[in-house]
Every structure is written in structure tokens, then in C-alpha cells.
Design a protein around this ligand. Sequence first.
Ligand code: MRU
Length: 369
Amino acid sequence: MNINGKAMRTIWVKPDGFPVEIIDQTTLPHEVTIVALKTSDDAAYAIQAMLVRGAPLIGVTAAYGVALAMREDASDAALDEAITMLAAQRPTAVNLRWALDEMRRVLAQVPVDERARAAFKHAAKLATDDVDMCRRIGVNGLDLIRDIAARKRGKPVNILTHCNAGWLACVDWGTATSPIYHAHNAGIPVHVWVDETRPRNQGASLTAFELAQHGVPHTLICDNAGGHYMQRGDVDLVIVGADRVTRSGDVANKIGTYLKALAAHDTGVPFYVALPSSTIDWAMPEGAGIPIEERSADEVLHMTGRMPNGKIQTIAITAPGTAARNPAFDVTPARLVTGLITERGVCAASHDGLLTLYPEHRAGGYAVA
Ligand code: MRU
């Protein structure tokens, strides 16, 4: 997608093969900063400090982190060490583990002196595959929006989303935003309610930014406003992303997603989750088992923004000594999810529903795909 009219992805490799580069998402929307990743430690830091974030992008960055490690030492021990170190950076999004498992599976079969080249090649394939999966999520989700648009006879379809599950959270297109971009590109009038998504404000800083860059009409709302608009009939559809979906269809996503699902259920608003298959944890029976990342309380106690003098500054918003907790994700039970939008189609949020699209997992042996 575009930033200031220039087509960009969230991660790429310089034309001569080194270094890897990313958009630093911590300075958006105020500044577009490009950061070079030269080592696996750089990749780990980018994931931990959320210079990159969003389940699919974390996975692809970790894959490049392995490739950067292999440049320096391609031994079996170094491969193990890099994978263990990168996997430890963020616990909830299963795409991280999925991408690292993929890198291990491929590199274990490659002689040590060819591993660095093979690692960059496979990381690039994971990035390209992610773009294709997200594009197909958009095509499959477009039909849902088209159906609602037909009923609304030319009035905009109002879609609420939480956090940033846009192209900035992936390599391109996004998950939850991909059907929206496809609808907008097809001339269907859409309007997006953007949850600000405290404490890191991914909605305010990232989703609103990327929708504006693509010209999609949207309105930022505070996290507590969504239920109100649903009660008033101002939301036709909720689409969120996911960090991990269990084989029973439970959904871990950014903290606050569960409350939106409850409000949608109460008001009869369809609640869809958009995800690539790299987000499905076939080994996880239900949501209660998903590890929930607890981040620093500082993120709750402070806010960052641009001052009138143009400087980006972080300020305290509480009295000194205020206690705070900061769970980064919550779990929405499958029963509150109307459907899952994947690259293979739309299915019920259930084991049977997922198996209709991914029959290769019917045999059990719940290894990650
Ligand atoms: O903490 P973050 O910003 O990595 O959380 C991201 C989300 O929760 C996204 O909604 C999720 O990864 C969906 S992916 C496109």
C-alpha cells in the first residue's frame, strides 16, 4: 500500500541483499522512519519494542532475524540459539512460532555453507506468501461487505475495527483491512469506525493513518464508544484481526476485542475475525491455554504524542505511584464470533468450520501447519 503516494511494504531487503529494512511504527503517524536490521538482535529488539508489530509482520521479521543470524554463523547451534531467542520476544501471536518453525524445517535440510542464502530466500517467500494470503482474505471478505452494501442501497457500510490489523501489521494489504480496501477499490461506499486502542494506540496512530493514506473514510473513536454506536445501529459489521486462533475457533486479539464482541453479540451486529492460516494454532484446543503477554505498566501510565512545537514527547497521565496492569491481549470465545475470514474462504468459528477449509488437519496430529 502507499505512504505519501509511494508504494511500500512494511519490511524489505535492500537490493544488494543486506540489510533488512523496516518502517519504524513507533514514530507513526508523525514521522515515517526507516530502520535497518543488521543482526538477529536488531530483529529481536524491533519485535520486542514494537518497531514492528502485528502477528503476520512479527512472524516475517523473525524469519529475517534467523537469516541475519545465519549470515554470521550458520551452524546448527547458532540456528537453535537464534530461533530460541527470537521466539522469546512476544508470546501471544502464534505467527512468530509458525515462521520460526518454518525456517527450522527448511534450513535443517540445507548444508551449513548454503544456509544464509537459503534463509534469506525462505524469509522472502514467507513475506510474499503473507501478501498473497492477505490479498485473498480481502477478496473473500469483500462478498460480506458487498451483501450489506446491497441492502443499504448506496449508503456507506459502517465497519468497526479494533487495534491495527492493517497492512502495517502484515507485509501488505492487512487482514481486517483487506476486505475494506478491496471494497473501497471496488467503489463500494465504506466508512470505518477506528477504535483508538489504548494503551499503545494502534488504532489512532496506525489504522487511522493507513486508511487516510488510502483515502478510506473513517472516524476515530475512543475505546469505550463502540458499544454505543452499535446500539444506535451505526455499525453494520465488525472486522478485527487475530494473534492466535485455536482449533476450536477461540480468538486471541488485542486487549478490548472481547468487549467489542460482547457488544456486537448483544446488538446483533455481525462480528468477523480476519486471519491468515499462519495464525491458526492447531495444537491449541481452546482459548484458555493461550499465553497472554503482560507488557510494562508504563504503557498505561504514559501517553506519547506530538507537542505543539512539533517534538514527539511522552508524558505521565497519572499521579506518581499509581498501580497499573497491562495485559496486551484478550480471548474472544468462538461462540461470539460470526465467522472467520481466511485466505481459503469464510467459515464458522469452530473446529468443524475450520476443517471445512483446512481438511488436511482432519487427521489430527495437530502440528502447526
Ligand atoms: O500488540 P500488537 O500491536 O502486535 O497487536 C496486534 C493486534 O492485536 C492485531 O490486531 C493482530 O495482530 C491482527 S494482525 C493483522
